[in-house]
Design a protein. Structure first.
Length: 233
């Protein structure tokens, strides 16, 4: 796993209040393993950002100081925090600006809804957490039931733990499959969950119905936020 020569590739990862930590940490782990990369955790300021599971992540740079040209632009998901940034003009403007020059515009989980609100998924195949996949239609995207979706410059991951898969997909795109194999081995990424219930099909109707009911208010709010955002494009 020798580091590639040349200047480091710049990766900008949005870190916002009430995001889901694993959405960010999983891909960051894989991307940091690439070596010769410069990863920025970006927010409006450098104050610690509280995640939705109770701990905080410290941004490394601000919107103003983040490099203008990035190789990878990444957005994590969440629920209430995601709804807030979907309608935050400063956040959306930052994403639109960096996406214009990024080689890869990426997300995990409901981070895709933020990209959608910024108008960055129009005409692209994309995925997000299964509970909110249909919300993508309002953003002009084509929802796909898939763990990771690669469509031209857009790479989107499904819910939460799919960030590890997205990180490996980006490792393939940036370094090749051989290098990505070493990254996966370094992380000992060999999922063998004691409960196979990570999709509606494997979880069964009872668990699926429970989560649909639990997240119905979020899905309704995200749908409305997407409609409002699309009216501004």
């Amino acid at each position: 796993m020798a580091a590639p020569s040349g200047p480091p590739q710049v990766i900008a990862m949005l870190a916002y209040p009430k995001m889901t930590a694993l959405d960010l940490v999983g891909p960051q782990m894989m991307l940091a393993s690439l070596m010769n990369v410069e990863i920025h955790l970006v927010w409006k300021d450098r104050a610690p950002v509280p995640c939705d599971t109770g701990f905080s992540i410290v941004p490394t740079t601000t919107f103003a100081d983040c490099p203008a040209n990035v190789e990878v632009l990444f957005v994590p998901g969440g629920t209430q925090g995601t709804l807030a940034v979907m309608e935050d003009p400063e956040v959306l403007a930052f994403l639109v600006d960096r996406a214009a020059r990024a080689r890869w515009v990426t997300s995990v989980c409901t981070g895709a809804l933020v990209l959608g609100a910024a108008g960055l998924l129009r005409g692209y195949r994309a995925t997000t957490h299964w509970i909110a996949r249909e919300v993508l239609r309002g953003a002009g995207a084509i929802p796909v039931d898939q763990r990771v979706v690669l469509d031209r410059s857009r790479v989107t991951g499904a819910g939460v733990s799919a960030g590890l898969d997205l990180g490996l997909q980006l490792a393939i795109e940036l370094r090749g499959e051989g290098y990505a194999r070493a990254v996966a081995l370094n992380a000992e990424y060999a999922p063998a969950p004691p409960v196979v219930a990570g999709t509606p099909a494997t979880a069964g109707p009872q668990a699926t119905s429970m989560l649909r009911e639990l997240y119905a208010p979020f899905v309704a709010a995200a749908t409305a936020a997407t409609q409002r955002a699309s009216a501004t494009w």
